[in-house]
Ligand binder design. Sequence first.
Ligand SMILES: *Cc1c(COP(=O)(O)O)cnc(C)c1O
Length: 409
Amino acid sequence: MARINDNYLKLAAGYLFPEIGRRVKAFTDANPTAKVIRMGIGDVTEPLPPACIAALHKATDELAVRSSFRGYGPEQGYDFLREAIAKNDYQSRKCDISANEIFVSDGSKCDVGNILDIFGADNKIAIQDPVYPVYVDTNVMVGRTGVAAANGRYPGLVYLPCTEENGFSPELPSEKVDLIYLCYPNNPTGTVASRAALTKWVEYALANEAIILFDAAYEAYITEEGIPHSIYEIPGARECAIEFRSFSKTAGFTGVRCAFTVIPTALMARTADGSKKDVHSLWNRRHCTKFNGVSYPVQRAAEAVYSAEGAKQVKSTIAFYLENAKLLREGIHKAGVEVFGGINAPYIWLKTPHDLKSWDFFDLLLKQSHLVGTPGSGFGSCGEGYFRLSAFNSRENTIEAVDRFQKLT
Ligand SMILES: *Cc1c(COP(=O)(O)O)cnc(C)c1O
């Protein structure tokens, strides 16, 4: 009989979002008239920018005509999109990144998981706690961990606690690590990393020949001056960092699917015999072997994000979500609850009242206020006693949620 990859059996059984779904369903089955407001899952709610819709229609019409029909495109993405990304997201911020260093894909979630293909099994991995669960789970799947302990932590990973005390910006690890996942603006805490904090990580990576895997899915939500939008704003990052970006939260592409990964040609890692090998060519090989490119209409829609109208429309939708975040942050703070994030990110991270455990607060909020959020403990053991609320919602629901929160006893 065929054998499974036994590493999958190590994955913590009750994955966060199915468990939330189960509890909400049990509640709504028992209380069918309750108007439940869902602020749990991190999915956008506003429609696509009109500039993207126009580009999708136009590109689809091109495919209907023999003379402008396109089949397989370049696996790495069309030049029109790679050039627009390099110019608008990087060169405009004085980051030395060129179009050939950009790999267009159908999602950052896939890229973040797939990147492990090109790194050896004996790398030491450091991961923020709490954080986007994909980093941990993909490392479990490829066999880099043991079996999870009672607190959900896997032996074999180096956890970087992000706490109120350190401003959700972790200390450098005390042991030497090789791959470091950093997510800023952060999901779930909604906090950002200062230039000084990112410089500290780049200097560590350069000194230890480590590689930073920088997830900047929420870059477009940065509102405060002086906060780096890209790891490549930090001198030396070309030699030690890979950056993941996505159109999902930027332009509402969660259902359309388009993202990109940046691998500078200067980024090196060691081979078994100790010589240096560039990472760019390995990822290029992997990408071309296992991926056949993002569809042409979707890449045209992504390109439209950088047009004058597209940029304006994207900005206005993000401002809408950030206004929701502000209402949540200020309204919940007024209710006497400690809140973090929500200024440069669409997430509010709150400390549960009366030191409740995350899941106990989840149940209380659902039963008393008919509100659904995400228990902080689902993002890592340091998230215990915290709770995430998302600003991806209508204004009406956001205002109603704040009102219900303030009546919570
Ligand atoms: C939503 C999100 C992504 C984006 O994933 P896609 O697959 O591009 O939709 C990546 N990283 C984090 C932390 C996210 O929250």
